[in-house]
Design a protein around this ligand. Structure first.
Ligand code: ADP
Length: 395
């Protein structure tokens, strides 16, 4: 199914064409005789039960109709009823036989589908082992929330390696913290734990001194606005997408979009905030570029107006001008929220108060840009590796 699906998805079409990838799918699409494929041994075997019921159904129906015709015609010939009744009786009998066939073939389908359903039911029955507390998260207008990672280590389920090791960090209210590091150093895992999509294997995460597992999960999530690296926007009206709600404050939604640099494009949209995003649902919808989608995702995070805003590579899809614009307005955008900014582009972290450098799952350095650049360590190593391509010309 996956190989068939590849052929119909337009987002794959360029790569498929460019790299001749259809040949990889061809085998699975054209040759169905492999042992597990639809014409293979197992498929034939699996069809037996369903086939037997279906064949039995057709046979009974045909025999029934044949007998019905013979019986009714003979009765008519014998003078039991007029010729006009023949059609009436035949129709009644064939409709009974049709119902009988349908019943038998449904039984066959039930037999064939039950094992699949059983798998789904077993999956749904898996119990959710994550502990969810009931403590209310205090609503504070002064946004005085403090989060602390206390000696947190984490292994992904089924993995033997630690993705995070002995992480200790405290977020000061209103602070802008940058999280930097090479690919695979643990930045995203750190955010997943912060948002409690996983619980730490060792150590604990505290919100205002209390373990986050003790809080009501929904209320805890409300503390964060996150723009994930692989965010997704649904094909709803733009205003609804920004507000994540069918009803929204138009001025606030517009203001958020203007702050993230989507203002000019908003003016061009045929129905403004009422314009549907993408064309899957509404033919008159508009398609937005990757950079524009990123601006909308940022606006959605602003609209949520949570005390913490987490941005995972928020400018990756933006052109340099749009990126510079976002940075210049960063303080205005973030306001009095505590901001956590993840990036592997160190130049984009300079405006943060504190930078935490991740390496192999641990925080190896912490400090401001000026402090870190003057030390020998991972930060200056990464900085110099990135800077050399910009400074060579000047040398
Ligand atoms: P970064 O965001 O800095 O690129 P990640 O937090 O994604 O790094 O990954 C940290 C480590 O955890 C890597 O070694 C990665 O291979 C591993 N990892 C990430 N996701 C999973 C997962 N779902 N299962 C197992 N290991 C994972």
């Amino acid at each position: 199914m996956y190989h068939g699906f590849l052929g119909t998805e337009d987002k794959y079409s360029l790569d498929v064409r460019m790299y001749n990838q259809h040949k990889m799918s061809e085998k699975y699409n054209c040759d169905k005789t492999g042992i597990f494929l639809s014409d293979g041994m197992f498929a034939h075997f699996a069809r037996r039960g369903m086939g037997a019921f279906s064949s039995l159904g057709s046979r009974i129906a045909t025999m029934f109709s044949g007998l019905a015709y013979v019986y009714v015609c003979l009765k008519a010939l014998g003078g039991a009823f007029g010729i006009g009744y023949v059609t009436q009786y035949v129709a009644a009998i064939t409709s009974v036989s049709g119902g009988l066939t349908q019943t038998l073939s449904t039984l066959g389908q039930l037999k064939a589908n039950t094992p699949f359903l059983e798998m789904s039911l077993e999956y749904l029955d898996i119990s959710h082992s994550m502990y969810k507390g009931s403590l209310t998260v205090e609503k504070r207008l002064d946004r005085d929330y403090e989060i602390e990672f206390r000696d947190v280590s984490f292994k992904y389920p089924g993995s033997d390696n630690y993705a995070l090791r002995h992480v200790n960090v405290k977020f000061r209210v209103g602070e802008r913290l940058a999280v930097v590091g090479e690919n695979g150093s643990g930045k995203t895992t750190f955010i997943l734990l912060l948002c409690r999509l996983y619980d730490p294997t060792e150590g604990e995460i505290l919100l205002n001194g209390i373990n986050i597992t003790k809080y009501n999960y929904r209320e805890y999530l409300d503390v964060f606005s996150v723009v994930f690296q692989d965010f997704k926007l649904p094909a709803f009206k733009l205003g609804e997408v920004v507000a994540s709600s069918m009803t929204y404050d138009k001025d606030k939604a517009t203001d958020c979009l203007v702050k993230t640099g989507f203002g000019d494009r908003l003016k061009e949209l045929p129905s403004g905030l009422e314009t549907t995003l993408y064309t899957e649902v509404d033919q008159n919808g508009v398609n937005v570029s990757g950079g524009e989608a990123q601006k909308i995702a940022l606006a959605r995070a602003l609209y949520k107006d949570s005390p913490f805003i987490v941005l995972d590579e928020p400018t990756a899809a933006l052109d340099p001008m749009a990126e510079a614009e976002i940075y210049s307005k960063f303080n205005d955008i973030v306001g009095d929220k505590t901001a956590i900014y993840i990036s592997h582009r160190l130049s984009s972290c300079r405006f943060c108060d504190e930078i935490a450098v991740f390496d192999h799952g641990s925080i190896v350095q912490k400090g401001s840009h000026d402090e870190l650049i003057s030390e020998t360590g991972k930060y200056s190593e990464l900085w110099n590796a990135q800077a050399q391509y910009y400074t060579k010309e000047e040398q």
